[in-house]
Design a protein around this ligand. Structure first.
Ligand code: GUN
Length: 280
């Protein structure tokens, strides 16, 4: 089974469109998403453009603020503080990576945690790990929705995550624990990555190494979610060798068309959730 992220994301956006229309009639307002892009990173420019396009498609108030790469940090922090106070803005996203002279941590912590649609603010990270209501980082949220497409009940499954980033690996762990999975987090210092992967009923590959996960790394019948988006001479490929692994796995996400579209749909979902929390 190939898990179709493009179709699942389109279905989720249709649901979100209805939710936005409902909020418009009950609250006489629609959620607003402001995305800030600093600099000219080509991948970031494409991501931001897509975020804007889909936010508009579901009926959100969407705004993108673009700054040059030499932006002073304090100008960015002042803008975030201004957006924090603006009731028309439900969600704020500062596209990463930021230029080196800007302190990422300071930026994330300046965003009002109630408007933190990325779920990167320490308050949201803490709430998620404590099992309380919080914004959930978009990529792992998208992965967990796709996982559920392949297997409704994840209880007792052994999930192996490759990569320990704050964006994916760590929050993914929390989501899988919530589903009663047994979770192994692996990373660059893991001794025998292949042996760890072979133990997984579920593999989440989020490490940024093209086609790292081979067919003989995967247990027959496992579910494989590929978070990787790697540019190579032959085009965009994931962290999983799709041709090999799709012969062994019960279900697998393709790249492109897997996790990528879900990340944006989950961002729109998080914006609506922030609006609802702020207006409840
Ligand atoms: N850059 C790559 N992925 C992300 C993401 O999920 N959020 C933000 N803010 N920046 C990113």
């Amino acid at each position: 089974m190939i898990i179709d992220g493009k179709k699942t994301a389109a279905e989720l956006r249709e649901e979100l469109k209805k939710k936005v229309a409902e909020l418009k009639s009950t609250h006489n307002a629609v959620p607003g998403l402001t995305v800030i892009l600093v600099g000219e990173d080509p991948a970031s420019k494409i991501y931001v453009k897509n975020k804007e396009k889909f936010a508009k498609e579901v009926g959100l108030n969407s705004e993108v603020i673009r700054y040059p790469a030499d932006l002073e940090e304090k100008v960015l922090l002042n803008k975030i503080n201004e957006l924090n106070k603006n009731d028309n803005v439900s969600g704020i996203l500062v596209q990463l990576p930021l230029p080196k002279h800007i302190d990422k941590r300071k930026v994330i912590e300046t965003i009002d945690h109630g408007k933190d649609v990325d779920g990167f603010h320490p308050m949201n990270v803490g709430n998620l790990s404590s099992g309380y209501d919080s914004s959930i980082p978009c990529t792992p949220l998208g992965c967990s929705i796709l996982l559920k497409k392949a297997e409704k009940n994840l209880s007792g499954k052994h999930a192996v995550i490759i990569g320990r980033s704050n964006l994916n690996g760590k929050p993914m762990t929390q989501l899988l624990l919530k589903e009663n999975c047994t979770v192994t987090i692996t990373h660059s210092k893991t001794k025998d990555l292949k042996a760890e992967c072979l133990r997984g009923d579920i593999i989440i590959a989020a490490v940024g190494i093209p086609k790292l996960v081979k067919g003989d790394w995967v247990k027959k019948g496992a579910i494989v979610i590929d978070v990787g988006i790697n540019k190579t001479d032959t085009g965009i490929v994931g962290d999983v060798d799709f041709d090999q692994v799709s012969k062994v796995a019960k279900a697998i996400t393709p790249v492109p068309g897997g996790v990528g579209p879900m990340t944006i749909a989950c961002l729109l979902n998080n914006t609506i959730e922030c609006f609802k929390r702020a207006n409840s």
